[in-house]
Design a protein around this ligand. Structure first.
Ligand code: DX5
Ligand code: ZN
Length: 225
């Protein structure tokens, strides 16, 4: 099992903004930019109004890369599909708190398989919904756009949620990472980090950057204070 660092700021480029006819090339672009993580968005066309790709694609990509695979499941019933994503070679699997399914059981299945587990929150969902799962999770993902599509604008109110979860983390002594996902750019990244995020998903801003090496350096060198 790959370990998760707890101090550094990490950039996780989202392949959703990469080339869908050649994900492997996008993966190489991310590797060449010296990132440690790559973010894989799985959409079922039900929990979110879009379909992306499935576990077989993750499994194929696994053969080409040793990057940390941060798999974000936007599914109505993650419990039903969890085994195939564990088997795909995911390093971390994040599930959403909104749908009705056995969340604790699903997190435990992920952890029992020696995979890291994350819990995700939509913009309209209250942070308090996460409470029962926080001591089980390695990562909390705050959505800063409505999930389903890349290329949307950052919802500024998400900063409050990042701050809230960061305060809970400090108060309770949790060690989960705080990831923010959606509409992140070099302009709004400093505010996300200032409010407590340590893991930034960038799709469009990363893959449209002229210099992905510099982009990665710029994001990962942002100071917390
Ligand atoms: C949205 C996804 C995000 C998205 C990020 O549902 O979870 O990961 O692809 O892409 P950008 O950075 O383009 O908003
Ligand atoms: Zn995502």
């Amino acid at each position: 099992m790959k370990s998760i660092s707890h101090d550094s700021i990490l950039l996780a480029p989202s392949l959703l903004a990469g080339k869908h006819d050649a994900f492997n090339e996008s993966l190489k672009i991310a590797e060449s930019a010296n990132v440690q993580w790559v973010h894989l968005d799985i959409m079922d066309g039900h929990f979110v109004p879009n379909i992306s790709f499935g576990a077989s694609t993750v499994q194929s990509l696994r053969k080409h890369s040793d990057l940390f695979f941060d798999v974000h499941l936007m599914l109505s019933n993650p419990n039903q599909h969890i085994d195939s994503f564990i088997d795909s070679g995911a390093d971390l699997i994040t599930i959403h708190v909104e749908p009705e399914y056995p969340i604790t059981e699903t997190i435990k299945r992920i952890k029992n398989a020696k995979c890291k587990a994350g819990i995700a929150l939509n913009p309209s969902t209250d942070v308090s919904k996460l409470t029962p799962y926080l001591d089980l999770c390695d990562l909390v993902l705050i959505m800063s756009v409505e999930p389903g599509f890349g290329g949307q604008s950052f919802i500024v109110d998400s900063l409050k949620k990042i701050h809230q979860i960061s305060e809970i983390k400090a108060k309770e002594g949790y060690s989960f990472r705080i990831e923010v996902d959606g509409g992140i750019t070099l302009e709004n990244a400093p505010a996300c980090i200032k409010h407590g995020a340590d893991t930034l998903v960038c799709g469009t801003s990363f893959f449209t950057s002229n210099d992905t090496v510099q982009f990665t350096k710029d994001i990962e060198s942002i100071k917390k204070e």
